[in-house]
Design a protein around this ligand. Structure first.
Ligand SMILES: [Zn+2]
Length: 144
């Protein structure tokens, strides 16, 4: 008999990060079929056009451009600083906040509009009570 409490492999840090059994992880948004507004996570109605039952799941692109960022020097205990908190406009729509990695936390090295890609990695070794690890998403400067 399988132990239901046994670690079942990594869990997504947010419910809109999808980990399909086959294939690569991806971020999922919901897009309004009436006004094309895009939201992360599930919702029942569109807050832009007030449409109901018009939101369809949409797989977000893994490439985008840096819209804004902030270098964070103070955070919660156990969180290594400095790090770069970023807001990225994804190709095809969707704006996502996350950490920018793979670049020094130095304004000289980071520019608005720079191309970035979404990467999926272990969430810095954090685990829940059952010992499950988490998969998170990060941005990094686009390679080539
Ligand atoms: Zn709408």
């Amino acid at each position: 008999m399988a132990d239901e409490n046994a670690p079942q492999g990594p869990l997504p840090v947010v419910d809109w990060l999808k980990l399909p059994e086959a294939g690569d992880p991806y971020l999922e948004a919901h897009k309004c079929t009436k006004c094309a507004a895009i939201y992360l996570g599930e919702r029942k109605s569109c807050s832009k056009c007030a449409g109901r039952d018009c939101l369809e799941p949409m797989r977000l692109a893994n490439r985008g451009t840096l819209y804004a960022y902030s270098i964070v020097y103070r955070s919660f205990p156990g969180i290594e600083v400095p790090y770069v908190s970023a807001i990225v406009d994804l190709e095809g729509g969707g704006t996502v906040k996350g950490n920018l990695i793979g670049v020094d936390p130095d304004p000289e090295k980071i520019s608005f509009g720079m191309p970035v890609e979404v990467v999926y990695k272990d969430a810095l070794g954090r685990k829940d009570r059952e010992g499950n690890s988490y998969i998170s998403y990060f941005f990094q400067p686009a390679q080539g």
